[in-house]
Ligand binder design. Sequence first.
Ligand code: DQA
Length: 142
Amino acid sequence: MIGIINGPNLNLLGKREPEIYGSESLEDINNWLLDRVAALGESGVIFVQSNSEGEIVTAIQEMGYNPAVRGIVINPGAYAHYSIAIRDAIASVPVPVVEVHLSNIHAREEFRHRSVTAGACRGMICGLGKLGYALAVESLLS
Ligand code: DQA
């Protein structure tokens, strides 16, 4: 089982700033990802999207202590840039977590250059669009 967490405003993918985030909805990306995960031999995926910091913390805790979960992929959205609570939640669970950003946060506004959450993760992928999620899953299963 793999957990996939998407943070605030990612429910608006496809409509939101398509020149940055593309035209696919989160549902499109999740369906694509399900096939990619299945091709890697792992069938179970838990998808969570939340616009609220506390719900994301709870999702990390629940997935992170679920013995069936082998790893978590998280796109914290803007929370990556300032949520110490989400960083602490990532650091508090025994399962590995990989952070993903669709856009290249280093090529954008300066306030996006720093991720406070990535330092608690096994790794971070940014700028590769939806492929980042699949590569993150592959790394967690390998
Ligand atoms: C994002 C990058 C963040 O800076 C931004 O706040 C998002 C999306 C990305 O996937 O590129 O909401 O996490």
